[in-house]
Design a protein around this ligand. Structure first.
Ligand code: SF4
Length: 387
């Protein structure tokens, strides 16, 4: 069956669909597992790869990977589904590099910190970061389906109990601040919460009259797409207007399964946007970012943010020069649909918030005219009205 056939079938399917391409991997490494089990998100979570021994059963690990896996500074977990997308022999496989540690994680460069964005400083009650005037970040869980090695919140990942305890105080804080009209529910990954808990969390937030807009940040549609069940979607669609920021790294993630998960969310009227972290040797070139952005659009996800990688401790091997991001954006803007061009931003170290970086189209003034440079570096004049 071709991709377009799957797209046409979309969310009409009662059960989760498994790409036949995954069957070979499943039969080889999980010979006693049925398609039905493989397509069950709880099975996927229970069978995540978390140790050197489990990884060695599937991957030809490099010496460096083996050394780093012995003592990773923060948790390691990969769903069997996500592992099936990685190259088993090549340690430079892009998805593998984002999830299997290397020794670079132990090298701390100047300017790196555990909490470079100063989220702790802007934490007003446990779990709530209130940095911008009319919106808050609500960290509802410390667990994810898989752990990205470049995670900005690696300092608190896995600390489920500490964050879970703070919901009441956090919701009270939001309720007592009428200026908060937008709540970004994040973590960890909020879709790791059980359906009942997520339902009650969203219900409580939606019951606050001044909260106009809810957002969820998640990587789960791409690393555990089977989690996007009909039941989950039924819960989510009760809380419109609801948006979801999908954390996407590489075109390899846009599989038929991911397409099905994203179709279900889009069909339920959830606004989908993406966020992508620019990562050295993984997606730091136009040849990777362009198909990723096009692929997201085909999946009804609007490319939203391209992030410069945050300077967390041990992130030097992931970070790219700012010029790289600028040149990728220059290669997109004007050369492809505006819908496919994300904002390139740096989340300012020290807690300054997201700062967009863009080539300035306005390059000067001349006799009542504004001088503009287009995507082909040609200069045009716009007659600026006199006040
Ligand atoms: S999914 Fe998000 S919160 Fe979880 S490890 Fe990856 S970057 Fe961090």
């Amino acid at each position: 069956m071709k991709l377009d056939d799957y797209i046409r079938m979309g969310s009409g399917l009662a059960n989760f669909f498994c790409d036949p391409e995954r069957t070979g991997f499943r039969k080889r490494y999980y010979p006693n597992t049925t398609t039905c089990q493989w397509s069950d998100w709880r099975w996927q979570l229970r069978h995540r790869l978390r140790s050197l021994q489990q990884l060695e059963e599937i991957f030809d690990l490099s010496v460096e990977e083996k050394a780093a896996i012995q003592r990773p500074p923060f948790p390691l977990a990969i769903t069997p589904y996500y592992a099936s997308l990685m190259d088993r022999q090549d340690s430079n496989d892009p998805l593998r590099r984002t999830h299997i540690p290397v020794m670079g994680e132990y090298r701390v460069l100047p300017g790196e910190a555990d909490d470079p964005l100063c989220e702790e400083q802007n934490t007003v009650v446990p779990g709530v970061v209130h940095r911008y005037p009319d919106r808050v970040l609500f960290l509802v869980t410390g667990v994810c389906a898989t752990y990205c090695r470049y995670c900005s919140r690696s300092r608190m990942i896995g600390d489920q109990a500490q964050l879970a305890r703070s919901w009441d105080t956090a919701i009270d804080y939001i309720a007592m601040h009428p200026e908060i009209r937008d709540v970004l529910v994040s973590g960890g990954d909020p879709l790791r919460l059980a359906n009942g808990l997520l339902d009650s969390l969203l219900r409580r937030l939606r019951a606050i009259p001044h909260v106009e807009f809810l957002r969820i940040g998640s990587k789960i549609p791409l690393v555990l797409p089977m989690r996007i069940t009909a039941k989950l979607v039924k819960i989510l669609k009760k809380y419109h207007p609801l948006a979801m920021s999908i954390h996407a790294t590489h075109p390899k993630e846009l599989t038929l399964e991911a397409n099905q998960a994203l179709s279900r969310l889009a069909d339920a009227g959830i606004m989908l946007g993406s966020q992508t972290v620019l990562l050295r040797g993984i997606n730091d070139n136009l040849e990777t970012i362009r198909p990723l952005m096009h692929g997201l659009l085909k999946n009804r996800v609007k490319p939203y943010y391209l992030y410069q990688c945050d300077p967390i401790r041990g992130s030097g091997h992931f970070r790219t020069p700012v010029e790289t991001g600028m040149s990728i954006i220059a290669g997109l803007r004007g050369h492809t649909s505006g819908y496919a061009v994300p904002d390139y931003v740096i989340d300012a170290p020290g807690g300054g918030g997201k700062i967009p970086l863009a080539a300035n189209g306005m390059v000067g003034r001349e006799a009542g005219m504004v001088l503009l440079k287009n995507y082909q570096a040609e200069i045009y004049r716009y007659p600026d009205p006199v006040e």
